[in-house]
Design a protein around this ligand. Structure first.
Ligand code: S3P
Length: 437
C-alpha cells in the first residue's frame, strides 16, 4: 500500500455549495438488508468508499447479484433471508468495523461456515463485545486469543432470542444482535445505556419487518420477511462535520452543505458546535426514505471552549477528531469526558489527536475517557494519522488556521469513508495536495 500524504498550506476559507458522499452507516445497511430482502432494492446516493464496497463485495461473494455502484446507484437482487451461499474464501472486510460487527450477527444464523478477516487496524479492534452476546444466542464463533479478528463462524447453529443489556452505547453491537435475531427462535431484545444511531431499526421497519421499540429497548421476533424498497442515502453528517468545522474556524467562510442526513441519533456535532458559538443554519428540512435530511449553511465565527455534555457523546461519536480541531481554535478550554470508546476506533483517537495537537503547539491533555484542550495558535507541523481516515481529514482542516504547512502521513484510508476528499476540499477553498513521499 502507498503512503499517501496530504500537504496543506496555511490560510484560505471555505465557500460555495457542496454535497459530501453518502452516509457510511446507511450504505452498509442498504447492502446487507437489500441482500436479505425479497425483491429488488434500488439504492441511490450509495457511498463508493472502501468500507461500504467491502460489504458489497462480501455479499457478492455470497452469491448476491449486485449491479453498480455507478454514480451512487446500486441495484441489489435480494435473495431472501435464507438465500445466501457459502463464499469460496474468507471475507476480507478491510478497515471496516461496521462490516465485521454487523455481519458477524447476520452470518451467525446461516447454514454455512464463514471467516471474517480485516486489515491490521481492524484486527486489533475488540470483537468480544459481539461474540459474547452472540454466543449466548447459541452462535459458534472463534476469535484470536485476544478476542480479535479473524472471526471464524460455524454455520448451522440454532439461534435463540435473548434479552441483552449492552454494557456500552454501541450501534454496531445493537445492530449485530438485531440481525442475528432475524434468524433466532423467539424474541431478541437489546437495551442500550444511551441512544445510538438507529439506521438498522429504521431500515428494517421500512422493509416491513415488525419491530418494537420503547425507551432505549428494541425487540424483534425471528423468521419474518423483508420487502425490497428504494433507499435514498443522504450525505454523511460525519463527512460534513469536517467542513462544518473548517468553515467555522476559517475567517470569511460561507458554505452550504447539501442533503445532509439529520437523523437525531447523529446530530450531536451540531449541538456541540452550536454551543461553541458556531453559526450553522439548518434549512430545507425534509424526509427521504425514512431518514430526515437538511441543508446546512455555515459561516465563520469566533468559537469558545465548552464542557461537552457526556450525553452528546454517542450522538457525535465519529465527529470528535473534527470537534477537537474546533476546540484547538476556540477561545478558552474545552473538556470532553465519557468518551472512552474513542480509544477503540480505527485508531486510539484520544491519544492520536492529542499527539497531533501537541505537534501543532496546542495544549492538549488526554484523559482515560476524553481530553482537555486549551484553545491557541496552531503552528506548522507533521502529523501521523495512524491510518485513521477521520484523523487525517480533521488535521487537513486545521491547515485553515495554521501558521505554516501541515503535512499528514498515512492518509490512504481517507478513501474508506470519503473518496474524493482532497478534490472536494480543494474546490471549496482548502489549499491541499495529496501525494506519495
Ligand atoms: C457505526 C456505529 C459506531 C460508529 C461507526 C459506525 C454503525 O460504532 O463509530 O463509525 O454504523 O453502526 P460503535 O457501535 O462501535 O459505537
Amino acid at each position: 500500500m502507498s503512503d499517501t500524504r496530504f500537504k496543506v498550506s496555511p490560510g484560505g476559507q471555505l465557500t460555495g455549495r457542496l454535497r459530501v458522499p453518502g452516509d457510511k452507516s446507511i450504505s452498509h445497511r442498504s447492502i446487507m438488508l437489500g441482500s436479505l430482502a425479497d425483491g429488488v432494492t434500488e439504492v441511490s446516493g450509495f457511498l463508493e468508499g472502501a468500507d461500504s464496497l467491502a460489504t458489497l463485495q462480501a455479499f457478492r461473494a455470497m452469491g448476491v447479484t449486485i449491479n453498480g455502484p455507478a454514480n451512487g446507484h446500486v441495484t441489489i437482487q435480494g435473495v431472501g433471508l435464507h438465500g445466501l451461499q457459502a463464499p469460496a474464501q474468507a471475507l476480507d472486510l478491510g478497515n471496516s468495523g461496521t462490516s465485521m460487527r454487523l455481519m458477524s450477527g447476520l452470518l451467525a444464523g446461516q447454514s454455512f461456515d464463514v471467516t471474517l478477516s480485516g486489515d491490521a487496524s481492524l484486527s486489533t479492534r475488540p470483537m468480544q463485545r459481539v461474540v459474547d452476546p452472540l454466543s449466548r444466542m447459541g452462535a459458534h464463533i472463534r476469535t484470536t486469543d485476544t478476542g480479535t479478528a479473524p472471526l471464524v463462524i460455524r454455520g448451522g447453529a440454532a439461534l435463540h432470542g435473548i434479552d441483552y443489556v449492552m454494557p456500552m452505547a454501541s450501534a454496531q453491537v445493537k445492530s449485530c444482535l438485531l440481525l442475528a435475531g432475524l434468524y433466532a427462535d423467539g424474541t431478541t431484545c437489546v437495551t442500550e445505556p444511551a441512544p445510538t444511531r438507529d439506521h438498522t431499526e429504521r431500515m428494517l421497519s421500512g422493509m416491513g419487518y415488525p419491530l418494537h421499540s420503547e425507551a432505549g429497548r428494541v425487540c424483534l421476533q425471528g423468521g419474518q420477511r423483508l420487502n425490497a424498497i428504494a433507499i435514498d442515502v443522504p450525505a454523511d453528517i460525519s463527512s460534513a462535520a469536517f467542513f462544518l468545522v473548517g468553515a467555522s474556524i476559517a475567517p470569511g467562510s460561507d458554505l452550504v452543505l447539501e442533503h445532509v442526513g439529520m437523523n437525531p441519533t447523529r446530530t450531536g456535532v451540531l449541538d456541540i458546535l452550536q454551543q461553541m458559538g458556531a453559526a450553522i443554519d439548518v434549512t430545507n428540512r425534509r424526509e427521504v426514505g425514512g431518514e430526515p435530511v437538511a441543508d446546512l449553511h455555515v459561516r465563520s465565527t469566533e468559537l469558545r471552549g465548552i464542557e461537552i455534555d457526556p450525553a452528546l457523546v454517542p450522538l457525535a461519536i465519529d465527529e470528535f477528531p473534527a470537534v477537537f480541531i474546533a476546540a484547538a481554535c476556540a477561545g478558552g478550554r474545552t473538556v470532553l469526558s465519557g468518551a472512552g470508546e474513542l480509544r477503540v476506533k480505527e485508531s486510539d483517537r484520544i491519544q492520536v489527536m492529542a499527539d497531533g495537537l501537541q505537534q501543532l503547539g496546542i495544549e492538549a491533555s488526554p484523559t482515560p475517557d476524553g481530553m482537555i484542550i486549551e484553545g491557541g495558535r496552531l503552528t506548522a507541523g507533521r502529523i501521523d494519522s495512524h491510518g485513521d481516515h477521520r484523523i487525517a481529514m480533521a488535521f487537513a482542516m486545521a491547515g485553515l488556521r495554521a501558521q505554516g504547512e501541515i503535512e499528514i502521513s498515512d492518509c490512504d484510508n481517507v478513501s474508506t469513508s470519503f473518496p474524493g476528499f482532497v478534490e472536494v476540499a480543494a474546490q471549496a477553498g482548502l489549499s491541499i495536495v495529496s501525494g506519495s513521499p
